[in-house]
Design a protein around this ligand. Structure first.
Ligand code: HEM
Length: 670
C-alpha cells in the first residue's frame, strides 16, 4: 500500500490549498509504516508496545490535530553560532507516527495553557538542535528558496516565525523577569517548529533527548523505541543526531540504494583517539582514504586465494585446541572456560596471517600483553560511560580523565604493535633487500607504504583494526555458538550425523564445508540470535539526505538495528528460539552475504560498501571450529548446571555473552 506522507493539512490544522513540491515528490513512495515487500515477503509494522515507558509523560505522542501528523510543514532554519560553528535549528513534526494505545497525547498540554496565543498557533513539535545559542538569526537557505511552492497559510506561519524571532529587539523594554519568560517562550516556540525530520521523542534545548533515553543506547532499547516511534526515528542527543532504522526496506536504502550518501562513519571523542582521527579503515569517512585502505587490505586479507592459502593453518590451530582439550582430565570433569583457549587460537590464526608469527601459550608474555591492551581498548571504546561528554560538548571537561586514559593506552598499544611485530617484519624485509619475499599480510601493507600509498601510521591502524574487527567479533560468535550448542544437545547430534553421513569418515575441511548445510545453518542461527554487532558499525551521511520521505540532517549517526531485523517476531517464526532448522525450512535461501541477493532482515555482516570484508574468513572459521569441536566432543554444562547462561552484555556496538561459559568437553570415542 502506498502512503501519501504529508496529506492536505497545514500545520495549523487547516486544509491546505496546494500540495507542495515535496508533497508531490513523496506521494506514491512506499512508506516505512506501511506494508512492505522484501524478497516477496510481506511485512506488517510491528504491534505497538509502550509498556517500557515509566509514565505517559515520557513520550511525545503527537496529536494529529495539534501536531499535524500527516501534514506538510514549512522547513525553517536558523543558525546558532558557537564553538561548534553554525548549526541548524530544525523543526520536527513527524509526518506519520504509529498510534500508541493507552497513552494520551501529552505534548505541552500544560504549556499550551500558559503560552501566548500567537506562539501557540505557530509551531508544534520541533526543537532546537544546537547546544550553543549565542546568537540567533534566521537564515533563508537554498532549500528554503527551492521550496517556494508552499501554500499561503504556510507562508503566513513562516512570517509569524520571523516576527517571533525579530521580537528580540524589543526585549530591552521589558523587565528582566519578563524578558526571561519571553525568551523562554521564544525558545520554546522555536523548539517546537516542525520540519520533515523522522519522528521521535520530543527533545529539549541543549540536552535533546538525552535525559529521556540516557547513555545506554542498546539494540534492545532502540528496538523498543521503534515500536513506539516507527521503523525510522530520530533522537537528538545533545549536539548529535541519531537516526535509527529498524526495517528491511529502509535498511536497504541506507546500506545499498543510498550506500554512498550514508557510507561515512560518525566521529566520537573516544574513537577519534583510537583511530587517530580516522587514519584507519573501519571508522574513517567514505572517501579516497577509505577506498585506498580497503583496496590495500583486500589483497592480503579478503580474497579466496587467502582463504585457500591459510585454511590448512586454521585447521592446524583448531586441531591443537582439540588436542589440548583431550589431554586435560579436568576438562571432561569440571570443564573449562573455553573462551581463553579459543582466544589463543584466534590470535594465532590472525597473527600468523598478519605477521607470520604465533604465541606459544596463554602465558606467553606477548600474548598476555596483546590481550590486555585489546580488551582495555574494547572496554574503553565500547562503554556507554563517555556518551554524556560526547553528546554535550560543554560537559567534555568532565571526560578529561577518561580521554587521557584512552590516549595513554592507545600510545602504548600502538608502540607495542610496532615494536614487537611491524618493525620485525620491516627488518626481515630489509634483510632480504630488493627481492624481498612477501610472506604475510603486513608485508603487503608495508610494501604499499614503501610505495608511498599510505603512511606508517596507516600501517599501524590497519593492525589495530584487525585486532579489534577480526578477533573480537569472531571470538564472541564462537562463544555464543558453543553456549547454544551446550543448551541444545540435539543440534550437536544433528551436526555430527550430517558430518558422518556426508563425509563418511573424512575430516571436515574448508573445502567441504559447503556440503554441510545443517552446520552452516547453525552458524547462521548463532549470528541471527546473537548478532555480534547488533547495530552494525554506525553509518553517517556527510550531507543532508532523504530517507523514507524524511530529512536526515547532515552528519547524523545512522544505525541499522540489524539485531531487531533478525529478531523481530513479526518477521521470524519463534524468533527467540535457537533453531538452525529454520534456515533449511521456512528461511531456506536466507544467507549472510555482503553482496549479491540480500535478505535485508539478516545482516550480521552488514551489506554494501561498508559491509564486513572479513565475512570471507569469519564464516569458514566459525564453521570449522564448530565442526571440529562437535565431532570430537560431547559439549555439556558442568554438573549441577542445567543450562548455560546466555544472557548478553552490550557495548556501543558489540554484543557478547555476559558470563564466559564453563563447558565440559567429553571426548567422543571413535
Ligand atoms: C563473526 C565475525 C564478524 C562479524 C559478525 C563482523 C561484522 C561486521 C559488521 C557488522 C561490520 C560493519 C558493517 C557496516 O557498517 O555496514 C563490519 C565491518 C568490518 N569488518 Fe567485520 N565482522 C566479523 C569478522 C571480521 C573479520 C574476521 C575481519 C577481518 C579479518 C573483519 C573486518 C572488518 C572490517 C575491516 C570492517 C570495516 C569495513 C568498512 O568500514 O569498510 N571482520 N564487520
Amino acid at each position: 500500500m502506498a502512503v501519501v506522507l504529508y496529506k492536505g493539512m497545514n500545520w495549523e490544522g487547516h486544509p491546505r490549498r496546494n500540495r507542495s513540491r515535496i508533497d508531490r515528490k513523496v506521494s506514491g513512495r512506499r512508506h516505512a509504516g506501511s506494508k512492505m515487500h522484501v524478497r516477496d515477503k510481506v511485512f506488517e509494522p510491528p504491534p505497538v508496545d509502550a509498556s517500557f515507558l515509566h509514565s505517559p509523560d515520557d513520550i511525545f505522542v503527537p496529536d494529529p490535530r495539534r501536531h499535524n501528523i500527516g501534514c506538510k510543514e514549512r522547513p525553517i532554519r536558523a543558525t546558532t553560532r558557537g564553538s561548534q560553528g553554525a548549526s541548524t535549528i530544525a523543526a520536527a513534526t513527524p509526518p506519520t507516527m504509529p498510534p500508541v494505545k493507552g497513552i494520551r497525547s501529552t505534548i505541552s498540554s500544560k504549556n499550551r495553557s500558559t503560552l501566548p496565543n500567537s506562539l501557540l498557533k505557530s509551531s508544534p513539535g520541533s526543537y532546537l538542535s544546537s547546544t550553543s545559542s549565542m546568537s540567533l538569526s534566521t537564515e533563508s537557505t537554498l532549500e528554503d528558496e527551492e521550496d517556494h511552492e508552499i501554500s499561503t497559510t504556510e507562508r503566513g506561519v513562516w512570517t509569524d516565525d520571523r516576527r517571533i524571532l525579530s521580537t528580540r529587539g524589543t526585549l530591552g523594554h521589558c523587565s528582566v523577569k519578563h524578558a526571561l519568560v519571553y525568551s523562554f517562550y521564544v525558545l520554546h516556540s522555536i523548539s517546537k517548529r516542525p520540519s520533515h525530520l523522522p519522528p521521535g521523542p520530543r527533545p529539549v534545548p541543549i540536552l535533546g533527548n538525552w535525559l529521556q533515553v540516557g547513555n545506554d543506547l542498546s539494540h534492545r532499547f532502540l528496538a523498543t523505541l521503534s515500536q513506539t516511534y516507527g521503523s525510522i526515528f530520530l533522537l537528538k542527543l545533545g549536539s548529535k543526531t541519531l537516526t535509527v532504522v529498524s526495517d528491511p526496506e529502509l535498511a536497504s536504502q541506507v546500506l545499498h540504494t543510498q550506500g554512498v550518501e550514508f557510507g561515512s562513519r560518525p566521529r566520537n571523542v573516544v574513537f577519534d583517539i583510537f583511530t587517530g582521527n580516522g587514519q584507519d579503515m573501519v571508522f574513517t569517512v567514505y572517501g579516497d582514504h577509505w577506498r585506498k585502505m580497503r583496496r590495500i587490505m583486500t589483497l592480503p586479507f579478503f580474497t579466496n586465494k587467502v582463504v585457500h592459502q591459510y585454511s590448512d593453518m586454521w585447521e592446524e590451530e583448531m586441531g591443537s585446541v582439540v588436542d589440548d582439550l583431550k589431554r586435560e582430565e579436568r576438562v571432561r570433569k569440571e570443564g573449562i572456560v573455553i573462551r581463553k583457549r579459543l582466544q589463543l587460537m584466534l590470535y594465532n590464526i590472525m597473527y600468523r596471517m598478519m605477521f607470520d608469527t604465533k604465541f606459544q601459550s596463554q602465558d606467553d608474555p606477548l600474548f598476555v600483553e596483546a590481550t590486555r591492551f585489546n580488551s582495555e581498548r574494547s572496554r574503553l571504546a565500547q562503554s556507554f560511560e563517555y556518551n554524556y561528554g560526547d553528546f554535550i560538548p560543554f560537559l567534555r571537561p568532565f571526560l578529561r580523565g577518561y580521554l587521557n586514559r584512552c590516549r595513554n593506552l592507545q600510545r602504548r598499544r600502538l608502540a607495542f604493535f610496532n615494536n614487537y611485530f611491524v618493525e620485525k617484519r620491516r627488518e626481515i624485509m630489509a634483510a632480504n633487500g630488493e627481492k624481498h619475499k612477501i610472506s604475510c599480510a603486513i608485508d603487503h601493507i608495508i610494501d604499499a607504504q614503501m610505495k608511498g600509498e599510505i603512511s606508517e601510521e596507516n600501517v599501524l591502524y590497519i593492525v589495530e583494526n584487525i585486532n579489534v574487527a577480526a578477533i573480537e567479533t569472531t571470538l564472541w560468535s564462537m562463544e555464543w555458538a558453543i553456549a547454544e550448542l551446550v543448551n541444545h544437545p540435539m543440534v550437536q547430534s544433528k551436526i555430527r550425523d550430517e558430518i558422518k553421513a556426508v563425509l563418511k569418515g573424512n575430516p571436515v575441511t574448508e573445502s567441504n564445508l559447503h556440503e554441510l548445510p545443517y552446520l552452516q545453518a547453525t552458524v547462521k542461527e548463532t549470528l541471527r540470535l546473537h548478532t555480534p554487532i547488533p547495530l552494525l558499525v554506525p553509518h553517517m551521511n556527510l550531507e543532508e539526505a532523504k530517507l523514507g520521505g524524511y530529512t536526515i540532517p547532515r552528519e547524523s549517526k545512522v544505525v541499522v538495528n540489524a539485531w531487531w531485523l533478525a529478531n523481530n517476531p513479526a518477521w521470524w517464526k519463534n524468533s527467540d528460539e535457537f533453531r538452525p532448522d529454520r534456515f533449511l525450512e521456512e528461511e531456506q535461501g536466507t544467507d549472510a552475504v555482503a553482496g549479491g541477493k540480500v535478505d535485508f532482515r539478516f545482516l550480521p555482516f552488514g551489506v554494501g560498501r561498508r559491509s564486513c570484508p572479513g565475512i570471507i574468513l569469519a564464516l569458514p572459521i566459525l564453521g570449522l571450529v564448530i565442526a571440529k569441536l562437535v565431532s570430537s566432543f560431547e559439549m555439556k554444562a558442568p554438573s549441577g548446571v542445567e543450562k548455560i547462561d546466555v544472557s548478553e552484555k552490550g557495548g556501543q556496538f558489540s554484543l557478547h555473552i555476559a558470563n564466559h561459559s564453563t563447558v565440559v568437553f567429553n571426548p567422543i570415542k571413535a
